[in-house]
Design a protein around this ligand. Structure first.
Ligand code: SF4
Length: 444
């Protein structure tokens, strides 16, 4: 008999990911939830309907089922685990369901684990109401560890450090944590002990969308998950616009966080930002290393000067090698102009990294990859192969996988550097690529 699973948690996390869990074959027999108001309601997804039962009814109805905890809040997972144990559920039957649909045993976190991103990397972004969120990494997706409603950066950084300290402690002690199941965790062996930092020391900051000044964009990309929120930009009150925008965050880093030396500026289209001059001046003064995302639709002289007078590089999602596909994905018909601008940006040095986001059924074909590789070769650009996560975190489809392999092999034969973004987290994809003999470097 096929193994049955009851999902514990019928809230927002479930609503966001149920579709992809089902697509992956992870299908609950029913839901249960601690909230009595949800009992005897139902959850619909496509043609499927699942009932939400009180725990004891679910256990009576499905006595052999495992329980998958589908709750995002990390601090709740231990409480639910303990509650389930008190209710008589064996430990071996309790799992955590991650955003990408993997079942991870709750009870087996190893002791003495570590990840060098903790206390070192920060992803700073805004949520859809114009507030501030901080995270350590992109895994697990859609969860933030700090959420500050007054957009107070000092307070956010302080909370972030506190979270990192308790996370390090949890990992040392083998407690359930934010990092549960992440392939980047490694064991602190005796030889590593002396070099593992117990201090938090920020080195890398990624500044994403959702912050004021971070939403203006002149493209309409098919995979963009922020375009529907752009209107919110106008609703943010004046005080927040003044105190909390991309420029103010960069000024804060420059004045208060001298250890941050690498920045990924991924917020909106910088070449049309009214703050761009001040941002570029600040960047140059601080000689930050890192990447600035642009769609290269506008040739910006100031940006050209910046990449030639600082360690900054441009990060461009081109995603196509033909005009038709480019227009389909970007929503704007300006492929030739973008390619021309890329050539201008790289006239003095190799300052561009090109990204190819695989979009099933649109750019997963040989002519686009060949055209893309020809451009990369001309401007000596390293390649980042990425997935379209607007559909959720799911393993690559066969055509995406074949295209990823073809892209990587083309890079090898043309002597271009390549790396993978995000699929680091999907161990099935990484295993598959490695089994097929491909070297799988990752972007850091
Ligand atoms: S979730 Fe993974 S990458 Fe993120 S901090 Fe934890 S171990 Fe590191």
């Amino acid at each position: 008999m096929e193994k049955q699973i009851i999902f514990y948690g019928a809230g927002n996390f479930t609503q966001s990911f149920l579709k992809q869990w089902l697509a992956k074959g992870l299908r609950p027999v029913c839901f249960t939830d601690g909230d009595k108001n949800k009992h005897y309601t139902s959850i619909k997804e496509g043609n499927d309907t699942f009932c939400v039962l009180p725990l004891h009814e679910a256990l009576i109805k499905y006595p052999n089922a495992d329980i998958g905890i589908t709750i995002a809040a990390i601090d709740q997972k231990d409480k639910i685990y303990n509650y389930l144990r008190v209710e008589g559920v064996f430990a071996e039957r309790i799992f955590n369901v991650s955003a990408d649909g993997y079942l991870k045993p709750i009870l087996t976190p190893l002791k003495n684990m570590y990840c060098s991103k903790i206390g070192r990397d920060v992803i700073i972004s805004g949520d859809n109401d114009g507030f501030l969120t901080l995270n350590i990494c992109c895994y697990p997706t859609n969860m933030f560890i700090v959420h500050i409603e007054k957009n107070n950066i000092e307070e956010a950084i302080d909370q972030y450090f506190k979270f990192c300290n308790s996370l390090k402690e949890d990992l040392r002690e083998g407690r359930t944590s934010y990092c549960q199941g992440c392939p980047f965790l490694y064991e602190i062996t005796p030889d590593l002990q002396p070099i593992i930092s117990t201090q938090n020391n920020l080195e890398y900051m990624s500044i994403g969308s959702g912050i004021y000044g971070g939403r203006q964009c002149n493209f309409n990309c098919i995979y963009c998950t922020y375009k529907q929120h752009r209107f919110i930009e106008n609703k943010i009150d004046e005080e927040i616009k003044e105190k909390f925008n991309i420029l103010e965050i960069l000024k804060y880093i420059a004045n208060n966080l001298p250890t941050v030396r690498r920045i990924f500026l991924a917020a909106a289209e910088i070449s049309i930002s009214p703050m761009r001059r001040e941002i570029f001046t600040l960047w140059k003064e601080n000689q930050w290393d890192g990447y600035i995302a642009t769609n290269a639709s506008v040739y910006c002289e100031d940006l050209f000067n910046l990449v030639n007078t600082s360690p900054a590089k441009l990060f461009v999602s081109l995603d196509a090698g033909t005009r038709e596909t480019f227009k389909h994905i970007k929503g704007i018909d300006c492929f030739e102009k973008v390619v021309h601008n890329l050539e201008q940006y790289t006239a003095i040095n190799d300052s561009v990294v090109l990204k190819y986001i695989l979009v099933d059924g649109i750019n997963c074909n040989i002519s686009d990859v060949d055209g893309f590789i020809a451009i990369a070769k001309k401007i000596h650009a390293p390649i980042v192969i990425a997935q379209d996560h607007s559909q959720g975190i799911i393993p690559m489809s066969d055509s995406e996988y074949r295209t990823a392999v073809y892209l990587a092999q083309s890079c090898i034969s043309h002597n271009l550097k390549y790396s993978f973004e995000c699929i680091d987290y999907l161990t099935t994809d990484v295993k598959r690529l490695k089994n097929d003999g491909l070297f799988v470097p990752s972007l850091n």
